[in-house]
Structures are given as C-alpha cells and as structure tokens.
Design a protein around this ligand. Structure first.
Ligand code: NAD
Length: 497
C-alpha cells in the first residue's frame, strides 16, 4: 500500500499549493513506498507563521506541563514501535531490530526531555553589592527550524525536537526526502499525546527547496541540522545572514585503533558491528581500522572470514545482517570510492563488487567490503564513504596510530581496543573526536549522554543528554536590588586601604 503524506501545518494535514509531489522508493527493491508533497517557500512561510502564533501560548505553558505531553508521546511510540519500524525498514532499508532501536532512542529521549522540564536550571551567585540578588533564568528562543538526514529518521529528529519543545520553542521540521514516512508517524504521536496545534509543523520536500527556504527564513530564530559537511557549511553561511543560532551535526571518518594486547575476538565483533551495521550508513560507522604493530596478522584473517559470512539482503528478513544502501546514486558513489581506492593501491580482501544477479540486483545492495593496504593520505583513508567499506591502515605504535586517527577533517566517534589502561587513557586524551569508546565499537550512542563531534563534524554543539537544552534556550540575567538606594556596579567601589 502506498503511503500518501501531507504537510502538517497548524495541526492540519495539507497538500502543496501547487500540487507538486515527490516519490519515496524502497532501496531493497525500488518499489513505491510513498508520495509526499514537495514543499516550497510558500508552505515554509505558512508553517513559520503558524509556529510563531503558537509560540505565544506554548512558551508560557509551564515547562513541566510541556514535559508531560512529551512523556505521553513516548508512551504512544512504545505501543506503535513495530508498526513504525516496518515503515522505516521499507522506506530506508534499516533492519527491523535497528529500526526498533531507532524508535526506542526517541522514546528514551522523550522520557529524558519530559523530566528536563522540571530541571531547566538557572544559577544564582552572590552579588558584589550588599542587599542585591543575582540569578539567571532560561527562556525559549522562538521558532526552531529542524533539518535532518534519512539514516536515523526518528532518533535524530527526536534529539532536536523534544529539547526544542520542552524549552518552550515551536518547531518547523523538514525531514529527509528519502525517508519522511516514519517521521510523519513520529509527529503524529506528539499530536496524539495532546500537543497544541501549530507547536510542531512538518514540511516535506527537497533540501534545496523547502530546506533552503527554512534556512533563509527571517522568523526562524534557531536552526538545528544533521547531514553532510558540505551542506552544513552552506547552512552555516546562509543561516548566518539572519543571525540564527545554528547547531550542526555532520559527517565522520571514525577510526578504531587496535593494539597488540587487545582481546582479538572482542575487537573483531566490535569492528564488524561498527563497520557493517546499518550497512555502514551511520555518521559514527567504523570507517578506518588502524592496526598497531603486528596485530593485523592475528586480527585480519578473523575479520575477513567473519565479514564473508555476513548475509546481504532484504532488511525485513531476520537472517540478514546487511541491508541495502539508500539509493542507486549512493550505491554507485560508494562503489566509485572502492574503485578509486583500487587505483590508489588498496586491495579489496572481501566485497568490492555490485551484486548483479538474483533479488539483490533489484535493489541498491553493496557487500561488506574490507580494503587492505590503504595508504595514509589516500581517498579511502580520508573521505567519508557512508557505506559498508572498512579501510585498513597500519601503524608502528600508539603514537603513530593516534596521528593517523587525527589526520582527517572530521572528529565524531573513535574507539581503542587494548588491555592497557595507560594506552586507553592516552587515546581518550589525544584522539580528536567528540566520542571515544574503549573496548567497544564506534557506534551505539546512549540518549542521556552528549553526542557530537569536533573539527569538520560540527560547530561545537552537542545533542543528547543535558547538552541541547543550552542550545534551545537563552540565558537571561536578573538583578534584584533590595537596598532601597542606587547602588552602582562597574564603578570602582573599593575603599583605599
Ligand atoms: P544531506 O546533507 O544531503 O541532507 C540532510 C538534510 O539536509 C536533508 O533533509 C536534505 O533535504 C537537507 N538539505 C540538503 N541540501 C540542503 C540545502 N541546501 N539547504 C537546506 N537543507 C538541505 O545528508 P544525507 O546524505 O541525507 O545524510 C548523510 C550525511 O549525514 C552523512 O555525511 C552523515 O555522516 C551525516 N549524519 C551526521 C549525523 C551526526 O549526528 N553527526 C547523524 C546522521 C547523519
């Protein structure tokens, strides 16, 4: 059955003014999954106007009461998890247990955000003057624009939308055009939980149309974006023209360093899951294995054997380990990285070819691929592939491994496998990344810890845990002078000795 999406503006479902639409196809077999309206600046403008109107009452509702609505939406998502996961799997190719995990992340975030409504802390500090009190309070900013990627159609939007809402902002969200169907079900859960009309508005459409209009809109006060680094740079410069607060979560080229004293079987399990889970289409996917000393002699044969066992196929089949890539264009792009790697001397020790026969030929599948002999400075060593391709590099010692880990433009996730606590702490301190795991894969963020990266991965903000509440609210400083007289600060009041 084909899903017919509509925009959600002011709590009402609407088609595009000009009737234009776009189609969503399953990456597993190219079948039609849904049809969505292709929003333009007219729909974005209407949604922003509605969100501004709704801001007047939503921002004045006590934050704990806003939190209760979010709490109820989490409970609703729990009851609809299987239904939404099936749609998510169809539209973007995630295996069902991973799709359910995506929704569970949103449920966890709902519960965290709901209680944050009782904790939007300000601070007090002693005044420098007598009979005077100083404190800070947090205020909502206005209309928050949210633009998200397809690979986590609900988890990542929930990291942004829940904190934005509990802080008292209203939202206009443009989901990724590749996977908007499950996102629409997420928005519906919030309305079914009692969200007042107009507080969350969803505009479907393409990045350069609806997305760009949202970025440029003068009445959008803050913007939170997850996607590729090049688009992120564009959004920073365009959104900067209207002085928006901008939070960017962008690409990664995540390394795992394996030392000679590591538990090899544990490392193999972690590298396989990190590199080939979600077909490598995670911003935190393990993209580089940096093998230290002679560890590759024991590690690589096991890794290659296990990678060859991974089953590629229909993500709805529980026996399948690796599902499809999101589109034909993306699959061809991933393969072009592999071809470029070959031309630069890398050797594909498993995978590296587009399947051309049987059911796999109907979709955008690519096998788990390990590229050995990848040279420092080469394409496969530096560029984000965003697919099931693991580049293997070698380092003589930990210092060289950290140098290699740090020589990319990104800095999202990282991992170090070792039994040596001193080496682990050297990695924690010196790897340029927003996240470092010890003896665990590069993927698997938990909802209540900050998430984000350094260098080309972002602009210093974090999602997850307590961090986004800072981004989605502004500090007001309050001084209360109860001396009954004029007391002057910023004047040299100190008495001479
Ligand atoms: P993308 O940048 O192409 O698209 C992301 C979103 O931006 C989509 O909704 C798209 O419509 C919109 N967009 C595109 N051009 C735009 C424009 N000019 N103006 C406004 N909006 C625009 O990214 P993608 O290919 O969908 O996703 C993959 C990328 O996302 C990878 O680089 C991945 O690492 C990154 N990602 C990062 C994180 C993180 O938290 N750091 C999480 C998931 C994905």
């Amino acid at each position: 059955m084909t899903i017919k999406l509509q925009h959600l503006i002011g709590g009402e479902s609407l088609d595009n003014g000009d009737g234009r639409t776009f189609e969503i196809h399953s990456p597993a077999d190219d079948s039609l999954v849904g049809i969505a309206p292709r929003g333009t600046s007219a729909e974005v403008d209407r949604a922003v106007k509605t969100a501004r109107e709704a801001f007047a009452t939503w921002s004045r509702m006590p934050a704990p009461a806003r939190g209760e609505i979010l709490m109820r939406s989490g409970r609703i998502l729990e009851t609809r998890k299987d239904e939404i996961a099936a749609v998510m799997g169809r539209e973007m190719g995630k295996r069902l247990e991973e799709a359910r995990g995506d929704i569970q992340e949103a449920i966890d975030t709902a519960y965290y955000a709901a209680t944050e409504g009782r904790r939007l802390f300000g601070r007090t500090a002693p005044s420098e003057l007598p009979n005077k009190f100083g404190m800070t309070i947090r205020r909502p900013i206005g209309v928050a624009g949210i633009i998200t990627a397809w690979n986590f159609p609900i988890a990542v939007p929930s990291w942004k939308i829940y904190p934005a809402l509990v802080c008292g902002n209203t939202v206009v969200w443009k989901p990724a055009e590749e996977a908007p169907c499950s996102g629409a079900m997420f928005a519906q859960a919030l309305y079914d939980a009692g969200l007042p009309k107009g507080v969350l508005n969803v505009i479907h459409g393409l990045g350069e149309e609806a997305g760009a209009s949202l970025v440029a809109h003068p009445n959008v006060s803050c913007l939170s974006f997850t996607g590729g680094t090049e688009v992120g740079k564009l959004i920073a410069s365009e959104g900067g023209k209207t002085l928006k607060h901008i939070s960017l979560e962008l690409g990664g080229k995540n390394p795992v360093i394996v030392l000679e004293d590591a538990d090899i079987d544990l490392a193999v399990d972690g590298i396989l899951w990190g590199a080939f889970g979600t077909a490598g289409q995670r911003c935190t996917a393990t993209s580089r294995l940096i093998a230290v000393g002679n560890v590759h002699e024991r590690l690589l044969p096991k890794l290659i054997a296990r990678a060859k066992e991974l089953v590629l196929g229909d993500p709805a089949d529980p026996k399948v380990n690796v599902g499809p890539l999101i589109s034909k264009e993306h699959r061809d792009r991933v393969h072009s990285f592999v071809e470029k790697g070959r031309s630069e001397g890398a050797v594909m020790v498993t995978g590296g070819a587009i399947p051309t026969e049987g059911p796999l030929a109907k979709g955008w599948f690519y096998p788990a691929t390990i590229a050995d002999n990848v040279k420092r400075g080469s394409t496969l060593a530096l560029r984000e592939v965003f697919g099931p391709v693991l580049s293997v590099l070698r380092a003589k010692d930990l210092d060289e491994a950290i140098e290699i880990a740090n020589e990319v433009e990104y800095g999202l996730s990282s991992s170090i496998y070792t039994a040596n606590v001193n080496a682990a702490f050297r990695g924690i301190e010196r790897i340029d990344a927003g996240i470092t795991y010890v003896n665990a894969p590069t993927i698997g963020a938990e909802a209540h810890f900050p998430f984000g990266g350094v260098k080309g991965t972002g602009n210093g903000h974090r999602e997850g845990g307590w961090a986004p509440y800072e981004f989605f609210s502004e500090v007001k400083t309050v001084y209360i002078d109860y001396s009954g007289g004029l007391q002057r600060a910023q004047i040299d009041n100190r008495l001479d000795d």
